[in-house]
Design a protein around this ligand. Sequence first.
Ligand SMILES: C[S@@+](CC[C@H](N)C(=O)[O-])C[C@H]1O[C@@H](n2cnc3c(N)ncnc32)[C@H](O)[C@@H]1O
Length: 301
Amino acid sequence: MDTPHIPVLLDEVLDVFKDIDEGYIVDCTLGYGGHSEALLKNNPNIKIIAIDQDKEAIEFSKKRLEPFKDRVIFEKDRFSNVIKKYQDFDIRGVLADIGVSSLQLDKEDRGFGFNSNVLDMRMNQENPLSAKDVVNSYDRVKLEEILREYGEIREYKKVADIIVKNRPFNSARELSQTIEKHFKRGKIHSATLVFQAIRIEVNDELGELIGLLEGIKNSSLKRCKVAIITFHSLEDRIVKRTFKEWSKSCICPPEVYRCECGNNNAVGKIVTKKPITPTKKEIKQNPRSRSSKMRVFEIER
Ligand SMILES: C[S@@+](CC[C@H](N)C(=O)[O-])C[C@H]1O[C@@H](n2cnc3c(N)ncnc32)[C@H](O)[C@@H]1O
């Protein structure tokens, strides 16, 4: 089957979960089913709970995973909702490959790409907020805030000014061309970070990641490997910081004299001291993998 997305760090993901031979693995970002299909083949005794908020992705993957249909539960939902719902299942693994899929990026009518004729960027087509709303109706202060926080753009004031003075925008192409006119192109397209910021806002991407991680921590999962793949430093920082917190046995505030917390608060251990990144060979075959980073934590409680 022709697939519109190449799964990143595939061998590394299989390696993380290779010892699991019973129970469920939750694929929080099913997408086009690449990771799930490989896990179903590699781990013949496991089942998958497959989540995506994108209806097109679920429909595609239902066909792709048809040969394994007795071993997959499909759920069209946000991943921040899911762990709580399934925590009584025997979950042994959680995988999240956060971000947009190649199909979302490449398909004209989704509005993620620089040349798209629409301005949308919703992963969930039922989400009431689209990129058009953000770009055309957010006030200057709010725009500055998302460009600074989610795009980490040094010249966030200038970009917000350009947007406010040139709106309304009707397509991603109009927006990217306008940004391009005012900034020199570096290694990446000058609108890359602007698009990243808008996308994060539209899909509440950081809130979703934090919600997923909180859901895992507060769940009743006992023995489970958690692998999170991110594509930019904002998300990687959240994962790194959270895993560090989870691994702390003592959670007393720094100013206390003697430990009063019981010194037994670790949820498990960090498996990857450094994030796992793609090999040169993978980057050559799939340039979109270049910024991916995977961190792994093992829950033991
Ligand atoms: C990078 S793709 C995953 C690709 C997949 N691993 C594969 O092998 O085909 C990310 C997918 O996650 C979905 N997604 C992103 N954030 C989500 C969220 N908060 N809840 C549910 N799905 C989400 C997107 O719709 C997209 O299909």
